[in-house]
Design a protein around this ligand. Structure first.
Ligand code: MN
Length: 427
């Protein structure tokens, strides 16, 4: 077993028992200390570890790790490194934080500069995202949406079981947990109307997704990443809320797919859970029938057992009310296959590209990953304990997503991605 995943290893840093961020996780992120600036770190319990300070103290001697790699204000300079170097850096950081390593443990002055309370820093966007792609890889989600719009007989498009459908999204509007999302204005065709209208989106929705960041040296134009090389090309995973304006989407999506319906905001959790930390939770992928074409096959294709939940608060429903419980393992297409399909044309990758899974819906009603499905297009509103009902999101509502891998007595988790809906700006 990778020692960084060993559940028996413990740390001298105080970590709450139910934390998403034990020593076995050590997710990557970027934060601003009280004095300002942006620094790369890992999270451990309710603390962040300042990696730049650790490196300047000569404790991060890892072959191939550039000296100032954690001092560029984003993780990109680290993500560009080969998998071997990145894994060695993680192993050394893990060692330094372990009970049985004295280097940091016994140096109180250094400890106070390296290990900072989360409450004293501001968490930032971890990556300068070059490109953002969104897939559509849940068979249940695609079937539900297809059934609503085209009927049960034609629910899945003929290509769906043969390739991981996706579209190129918008990187500039990706935001982190806690960032409010303004209700978009746009063009839509109201039911039974003959002419489109302009105004605030009326059918604002969330999509429960997860995304991975690419890593390693940029690939050359013309180069492909096969399924079995994806493990070295995936940096880690985050939770993703792909906010969606269903009425704008309905009017615009033919013939070229979503555009304004999706480009106003996409929220991610700010701590990137390393690919290495997820390996104990790796599972065989869903059986695929028909068998995909050879370029989408590989021995190393895999999925992960990641529990996912969505909760809602409203101006009256202050206690977060769970509305969805799903699991990453329900996805039909794996991230290995998404990456292989994305690059098979020769489309090049840069470290820090974000690729999201598509809405992760499971087999039953309580596992649907969007309001569109949970309320069946608004025909069956959700009843909240406050007495309110919801078909789609109202101003002042917050969507809170969380996810974790359940180990034996510990969790490797993703924290949260939450966002409050603000009223549309004056049109
Ligand atoms: Mn989506």
């Amino acid at each position: 077993m990778d020692p960084t995943c060993d559940p028996a290893r413990t740390t001298f840093v105080d970590v709450p028992a139910d934390s998403h961020f034990p020593l076995q996780n050590l997710p990557w992120g970027v934060f601003s200390p009280a004095g300002g600036g942006r620094r790369c770190g890992v999270r451990l319990g309710d603390h962040v570890i300042d990696l730049g300070v650790l490196q300047r103290a000569e404790l991060l001697a890892v072959a191939g790790l550039p000296y100032d790699v954690f001092e560029h204000g984003s993780l990109n300079a680290f993500m560009v490194l080969p998998a071997k170097v990145r894994r060695a850096a993680r192993a050394r950081i893990h060692e330094l934080l372990s009970d049985d390593c004295a280097d940091l443990r016994d140096d109180a002055a250094l400890r106070s500069r390296v290990i900072l309370p989360l409450a004293e820093v501001t968490v930032q966007m971890p990556v300068c995202i070059n490109d953002y792609t969104d897939f559509y890889s849940s068979r249940e989600h695609a079937t539900n949406v297809g059934t609503m719009f085209r009927g049960k007989e034609n629910a899945l498009m003929p290509n769906w079981l043969h390739l991981p459908v996706g579209y190129h999204g918008r990187a500039s509007s990706v935001v982190i947990d806690g960032t409010p999302v303004r209700r978009p204005l746009g063009q839509m065709l109201p039911p039974d109307a003959e002419q489109p209208v302009f105004g605030p989106c009326r059918l604002l929705d969330f999509e429960l997704e997860m995304g991975f960041f690419t890593a390693g040296p940029p690939t050359a134009l013309g180069e492909a990443v096969p399924v079995d090389e994806a493990d070295d090309r995936i940096f880690g995973l985050v939770l993703v809320n792909d906010w969606s304006a269903r009425d704008i989407q309905k009017w615009e999506y033919q013939p070229l797919g979503p555009f304004n319906a999706k480009n106003f905001a996409t929220s991610i959790s700010p701590w990137i859970v390393p690919w290495e930390a997820l390996q104990p939770f790796r599972r065989a992928p869903v059986a695929q029938d028909p068998e995909p074409l050879p370029y989408l096959r590989g021995d190393k294709s895999a999925t992960f057992d990641i529990e996912l939940e969505v909760a809602l608060t409203t101006p009256e429903q202050r206690e977060p009310h769970p509305i969805c419980h799903s699991n990453f393992k329900y996805l039909y297409w794996t991230m290995h296959q998404q990456l292989a399909h994305h690059t098979v044309t020769g489309c090049n990758l840069n470290p820090g590209d974000l690729m999201a899974s598509g809405t992760i819906s499971g087999p039953d009603r309580g596992s649907y990953g969007s309001l569109l499905e949970l309320t069946w297009r608004g025909t069956e509103p959700l009843q909240l304990p406050s007495g309110e009902e919801r078909k789609f999101l109202a101003d002042g509502d917050s969507v809170i997503m969380t996810g974790w891998c359940q180990g034996d007595g510990y969790r490797v988790g993703f924290g949260e991605v939450a966002g409050e809906v603000l009223p549309a700006r004056e049109g």
